[in-house]
Write a protein that binds this ligand. Structure first.
Ligand code: FNR
Length: 383
């Protein structure tokens, strides 16, 4: 086992352990992948101000997200088909998050269902909802999330239409399967510990079982899903979902100040500044670049959460210093999950917490609750 000290180590191990098509599914952006790349490279343009001779005894990375106490302000983002990266992946990730003391968000497009995860964990989790055409499906999802005790609904707004990801199409993941010598060989020799589609035999496609007629494999799932996203999504529909849910509501996928104002007007509990990890609108600005504008527009009216591009505790610190109250990580924990199961997710969280704590201390701050732009040095290449 190689020594693991950073998220990049988990990624290398992950790449070796999962079938290529699942690695590609995770590690890709839409079209040219410009936004996907810049999500991470833009973080590197933000530099930090070192401070010395500040008493660092008793510092803490604990905080709150939507009023809930968190061991650090880093939630696990909803990631579709997590159960294909590792058998029972959603349950393992939820357990790791629960034990660490951070929120886990279950995707609508999970392999383990809401009920599977609720039965296997002892902490409330957040549920992510896609807005589907089928009203009955939508209402059923909301009722199931309520019955399972989910403590927040994360409503994803940036996927009315599925962004095109070339790798998935070439791998046969988002169209009818086209097995090639390459994909068949890849699946047969890398298929370990009941990974992926075999795992779905037991779990089905979690949340959509009984709703999706004709879904029998990943490919038909992707087709069904693509047809289901509701192109008519508008603010009225969001308001109706808010009323139906009645609990804490987080609107995910905001990249524009005017949209952020609409979200704040609606009275949601938080917004997530996110470009879906570069998987939707390629050519959009990196999420960290747009964050200051949104903080400026609505930071005093609604809690701002952030994701897209976080690969280290330093990245978390930069997003917090720019005005986010909390963050989500997507790929960073999926690498850990695919590499080592639950222990890998825990490892990813520990790595991030340690980097966050060390960086915060070297910037002369004792709590993640009082980070601000004074610790950041951004030049013209960022501003
Ligand atoms: C996602 N994301 C996502 N978002 C969502 O609301 N529902 C979903 O089902 C999924 N599925 C999904 C699958 C995969 C493989 C990835 C990588 C991402 C987006 C996710 O919640 C989050 O916004 C991004 O992952 C954040 O970017 P980073 O941290 O991965 O760079």
């Amino acid at each position: 086992m190689p020594v693991i000290t950073e998220i990049a180590d988990l990624k290398r191990l992950y790449k070796r352990r999962v079938p290529r098509m699942f690695y590609d599914y995770c590690e890709s952006g839409s079209w040219t992948e410009q936004t996907f790349r810049e999500n991470t490279t833009d973080f590197a343009l933000i530099r930090l101000r070192q401070r010395v001779a500040v008493d660092m005894e008793g510092r803490s990375v604990a905080s709150t997200m939507i009023g809930q106490d968190v061991a650090m302000p880093v939630a696990l983002a909803p990631v579709g088909m997590t159960g294909m990266q590792h058998a029972d992946g959603e349950i393992l990730a939820a357990r790791a998050a629960g034990r660490f003391g951070v929120p886990y968000t279950l995707s609508t497009m999970s392999i383990c269902s809401i009920e599977d995860v609720a039965a296997a964990t002892d902490r409330p989790f957040w549920f992510q909802l896609y807005v589907m055409r089928d009203q009955e499906f939508l209402e059923n999802m909301i009722a199931r999330a309520k019955a399972a005790g989910c403590s927040a609904l994360v409503l994803t707004l940036d996927l009315q239409i599925l962004g095109q990801r070339h790798k998935d199409i070439k791998n046969g993941l988002s169209t009818r399967p086209k097995p090639t010598v390459g994909t068949v060989a890849d699946l047969s020799w890398r298929w370990r510990w009941g990974l992926g589609m075999l795992g779905t035999k037991r779990r089905g496609f979690g949340n959509i079982v009984g709703h999706a007629k004709g879904v029998k494999d990943v490919s038909s799932l992707m087709d069904w899903t693509a047809d289901q996203f509701d192109p008519r999504l508008d603010w009225d529909k969001i308001r109706r979902i808010k009323e139906l849910w009645g609990g804490k509501l987080i609107l995910k996928g905001i990249l524009d100040a005017e949209d952020a104002r609409r979200a704040a007007d609606l009275g949601c509990d938080a917004i997530v500044v996110s470009n879906h990890g570069g998987r939707q609108l390629d050519g959009a600005l990196s999420a960290i670049r747009i964050l200051p504008e949104i903080v400026e527009a609505v930071g005093d009216r609604v809690e701002i959460l952030f994701d897209s591009g976080i690969r280290s505790g330093q990245d978390v610190l930069k997003a917090l210093a720019m005005g986010a109250q909390g963050t989500f990580i997507g790929r960073a924990y999926i690498y850990g999950l695919g590499a080592m199961g639950e222990a890998g997710v825990t490892r990813a969280l520990k790595i991030i917490a340690k980097e966050l704590d060390t960086t915060m201390a070297l910037c002369g701050r004792k709590s993640v609750r009082d980070l601000d732009r004074d610790i950041l040095l951004t030049g013209p290449e960022f501003d």
